[in-house]
Design a protein around this ligand. Structure first.
Ligand SMILES: [Fe+2]
Length: 351
């Protein structure tokens, strides 16, 4: 469950504010990006990679001729490690809302960042899947930031974050109804018009299946994407968590959403918690390592997706060492490689 930054009280705020542009540039000079190469990890991280992947996977990664990429969510706490290992990270995802009202020096720093490594913007506070009209002032801020940063793409969530004048403070799942599909389509239309290009829309995790829903989640997601011809940022930990929490098969979910719309993917980790009714739920807190089933789902998507995929590892706290994060990035590359190898084999079989 991703907390909202900027105007919301949260410990997960992301900002470049700690870095003056000159310091940022100095760090870049120390870590000039070179051609992407397999990350070399040692110690505990190396064990994790080896145990999870195995020797065959190195071959699988080599078979990934699709231009898939794996990057990391930008967090100030990770800045030093990121700059030290830019050659192992394909791109960075920056929380857009953190820069909506930030001082000019921070926005310049973000610009410097985007000139050194591909950057994508991720919105968390627009609340596009709401029956309330999206706030024009927020869209204007997103548009201004987009024009300044010129990211490869921007994304937002299929969620609502405010209602009746109350800011909820986190991403909330609306009732999945035809009425909500229409409202989301209206909001997306406004967003596309103001920002000037379509966002990728992300599925969210929810501990409680929204009461009053008349549509399944795959049907609801597909209907909104179709309504404005938008592509998808598929959060695989959210798929995994919802499947566990609401009792369905995550792979079945993948089969029901339009694979041709998947352009980007989030991977993350969470923890099991006890619900008041005595059942166990998976909380998507982004504070834990990516679990094995999420890597397996990533392989499944890669085995079916016709497009290059951009994968982002999300981590919002309880940070492990950078080498451990890089090991998870490498595992994602291996999962992609295995999936692409399967896809190639299938295509040959039916050629
Ligand atoms: Fe996500």
């Amino acid at each position: 469950m991703l907390s909202l930054p900027s105007s919301f009280p949260t410990s997960a705020r992301c900002s470049l504010g700690v870095l003056h542009p000159r310091r940022l540039q100095a760090r870049f000079r120390q870590a000039v990006p070179v051609a992407r190469s397999p990350v070399v990890v040692e110690g505990e991280a190396a064990v994790a990679v080896a145990a999870a992947a195995g020797a065959v996977d190195a071959e699988a990664e080599g078979m990934n001729s699709t231009k898939d990429r794996v990057g990391l969510g930008w967090r100030p706490d990770l800045a030093a490690g990121i700059f030290e290992h830019l050659d192992c990270i394909d791109l960075l995802e920056v929380i857009a809302d953190d820069f909506f009202d930030s001082p000019r020096r921070e926005r310049r720093a973000l610009n410097t960042l985007s000139s050194q490594i591909p950057v994508v913007l991720h919105g968390v506070g627009l609340g596009l899947a709401s029956c309330e009209t999206v706030q024009t002032k927020l869209l204007d801020k997103m548009a201004r930031l987009f024009d300044e940063v010129r990211p490869e793409f921007w994304s937002e969530h299929l969620a609502f974050v405010r209602a009746g004048g109350i800011e909820i403070g986190h991403l909330a799942a609306p009732p999945r109804t035809s009425q909500n599909v229409e409202a989301a389509a209206d909001n997306l239309g406004r967003a596309i018009s103001v920002v000037g290009c379509k966002p990728l829309m992300e599925n969210i995790a929810t501990l409680v299946d929204p009461p009053g829903s008349t549509l399944s989640e795959p049907a609801w997601v597909s209907a909104i994407l179709d309504s404005v011809d938008c592509d998808s940022l598929l959060d695989l930990h959210n798929v995994y968590a919802n499947a566990l929490n609401h009792g369905y098969d995550a792979r079945e979910f993948l089969r029901k959403i339009p694979g041709s719309r998947i352009r980007a993917i989030h991977i993350a980790g969470g923890k099991l918690i006890s619900a008041p009714d005595g059942t166990t739920r998976l909380l998507d807190d982004h504070l834990h390592d990516v679990p094995d089933p999420v890597f397996d789902l990533l392989e499944e998507v890669a085995a079916c997706s016709p497009h290059p995929l951009t994968v982002i590892l999300e981590r919002d706290g309880a940070y492990p060492s950078m080498l451990q994060l890089l090991a998870q990035i490498q595992r994602a590359r291996l999962s992609l490689g295995r999936g692409r190898a399967r896809r190639t084999a299938t295509q040959k079989q039916f050629a």
